[in-house]
Each structure stands twice: as structure tokens, then as C-alpha cells.
Design a protein around this ligand. Structure first.
Ligand code: SAM
Length: 288
């Protein structure tokens, strides 16, 4: 097993590997946590798995033992010779040296997982880009069935935050539209090397087969994000900041028309309310 403290330190020493903090490199050194992550994903021999950031391969190995195939994206080319050694015994793993944010995921899934019945993302995410990764995957492919991913606990709490709470934001709305989120478990700092500054959590995110409402996905989430730019300000202040002061009267009347008090804060609006408002503002040509 790669994911033990002894084995990890041995590999790091052999390759004289120096962690890059800027790439969110915190490697897992606890077998129990690795197994709990993979068990949470209900992977079987018909499942294709996308992993983001294999590091030295500790999670990749456990996934590969259960899955049909693993395609793993690693941005740091210094890890490639290490992975070639640590994962040499597995013939169902493909490592791709690319930035996940630049990958055409839809294309990759069609190319690499043609014979898989289910596609899951399983990863200990690089924390500095947790939100961009989730946004990138959710907005750019409909082919992923679910995600079991580790992230900062603080971000995990946002994913299924209740409307009106401080954790509720545009990421909550994105997740709520596309998926159902389940908080699986909290992970202490000490199971990583180096230990991160914050606590972590593993969440299970399952793609909804049917949506409760339909939104114009090309523009809706950009609109929602613009409403959260200045969290402490009211919805109206955020709308003015993105549309211009000259639109104030139009904005006030659009909010009235859909029965939304423009003095509310954005975190008090439900997905349905954002959708109503977005449609109304599209109608009067204030937003795209
Ligand atoms: N999976 C390993 C583990 O659990 O021990 C390593 C996880 S570590 C938190 C995150 C990994 O993501 C690192 O290996 C890092 O180099 C990689 N990474 C960072 N940014 C990335 C990006 N944009 N695309 C792909 N991989 C990235």
C-alpha cells in the first residue's frame, strides 16, 4: 500500500520530492481514510473513475483495485516518474499530465470510458481550486454520475447550506441545481503530509437524474455569481454593481414584478427566486 506514513516518506526521500504548496499538495497517509473515501463511491468493475491529482498514487491505487478503469489528471510533471513506479502493478490506470481545468471532460469520458456503466469522480482535491473544479465539471459535462471528493470542511459546509445562512452562496445554488449533496465525514489534519491549515471533509455528490426546475444554464450561474460579488451588500447593490447605476429604476421594477424585495441579501434568495429574477431581467434586456 502506497498510502501509509512509512511508504510515503520512503518514496518522497527516494525522489527527493519537495512539496509545492501552490499546487495544494497534501498527501494522505492513512489507509483507513483512503478506504472510507473509495467505499463511499460504491465503485465496481463496471465503473470508470476520474481522479484529480493523484500525488504519489495512494488514492489511485485503492480506486484501481475496485474500478474498471481510472483516468487520473496530475498537473505536476515531477510526479510522473514516481507514479510510474508506485502504480506499476496496475494496468487499469492512465495518468494524464494536464491541468484539470483545461480538460475537455466530455471528450475524455467518451474516449476513455466507452465501456463503463457508471462514471464517478473520486479525489482528494487540490484545495486552492475546489470551487473552480466543481464548477468546471458540473457545467461542462452531463456524463458524470457522481463525485466523492475531499475538500476543505468550510467549503463542504457550503455545498448543502440552507438558504439564509452564512454558508449559502452561488456554489450552493450550482450544486443544488445539478446534484444532491451528502456530507460523509470530517477528516483531521494529521492524516496528511504536510498537514493542511484547515480541517477537511469528504462529501458525496450525486447528479440529479431529473431537475426540479430548468434554468438557462449558459447564463444563469454567471448571473447568480454576480449577485454574490459583494456579500455584505443588498441584492439591489449587487445588481447595480453589475448592470450600472443608470439601470436602477428598471431593476427596482423588475424585482417588484417578480415579488422580490430588492433590499434583501442574495443569500436569502432560493434557486427558484433567482431563476424568476433572471428571466425577468433577461426579458427587459438587463442581463444575458
Ligand atoms: N491524491 C493524492 C493524495 O490523496 O495523497 C494527492 C492529493 S493533493 C491534495 C492534490 C494533488 O492535485 C497534487 O498532486 C497536485 O499536484 C495536484 N494538482 C494541483 N492542481 C492541479 C490541477 N489544476 N490539475 C490536476 N492536478 C492538480
Amino acid at each position: 500500500m502506497i498510502g501509509t506514513a512509512n511508504k510515503t516518506f520512503q518514496i518522497l526521500k527516494k525522489y527527493d520530492f519537495k512539496f509545492k504548496k501552490s499546487l495544494g499538495q497534501n498527501f494522505l497517509i492513512d489507509n483507513n481514510i483512503l478506504n472510507r473515501i473509495v467505499n463511499g463511491a460504491n465503485i465496481d468493475k463496471e465503473t470508470g473513475v476520474i481522479e484529480i491529482g493523484p500525488g504519489i498514487g495512494s488514492l489511485t491505487e485503492v480506486i484501481a483495485q475496485k474500478a474498471k478503469k481510472v483516468v487520473s489528471f496530475e498537473i505536476d510533471s515531477r510526479l510522473l516518474p514516481i507514479l510510474a513506479e508506485t502504480l506499476a502493478d496496475y494496468n487499469n490506470i492512465e495518468i494524464i499530465n494536464e491541468d484539470i481545468l483545461k480538460v475537455d471532460v466530455d471528450k475524455i469520458i467518451k474516449e476513455k470510458f466507452a465501456n463503463c456503466e457508471k462514471i464517478m469522480v473520486v479525489a482528494n482535491l487540490p484545495y486552492y481550486i475546489t470551487t473552480p473544479i466543481l464548477t468546471h465539471l458540473l457545467e461542462n459535462t452531463k456524463l458524470i454520475d457522481g463525485y466523492v471528493v475531499m475538500m476543505q470542511k468550510e467549503v463542504a459546509n457550503r455545498l448543502n447550506a440552507k438558504v439564509g445562512t452564512k454558508d449559502y452562496n452561488s456554489l450552493t445554488i450550482l450544486l443544488n441545481y445539478y446534484t444532491n449533496v451528502e456530507y460523509l465525514f470530517t477528516v483531521p489534519k494529521k492524516v496528511f503530509v504536510p498537514a493542511p491549515n484547515v480541517e477537511s471533509a469528504v462529501v458525496k455528490i450525486l447528479t440529479k437524474k431529473e431537475k426540479e426546475i430548468e434554468v438557462d444554464t449558459n447564463t444563469f450561474f454567471n448571473f447568480v455569481r454576480s449577485c454574490f460579488t459583494q456579500r455584505r451588500k443588498t441584492l439591489m447593490n449587487n445588481l447595480i454593481a453589475s448592470s450600472g447605476k443608470d439601470k436602477k429604476e428598471l431593476l427596482i421594477s423588475a424585482c417588484k414584478d417578480v415579488n422580490i424585495d430588492s433590499q434583501r441579501r442574495s443569500e436569502t434568495l432560493t434557486l427558484e427566486e433567482f431563476n424568476k429574477l433572471h428571466k425577468e431581467l433577461q426579458k427587459v434586456n438587463i442581463v444575458k
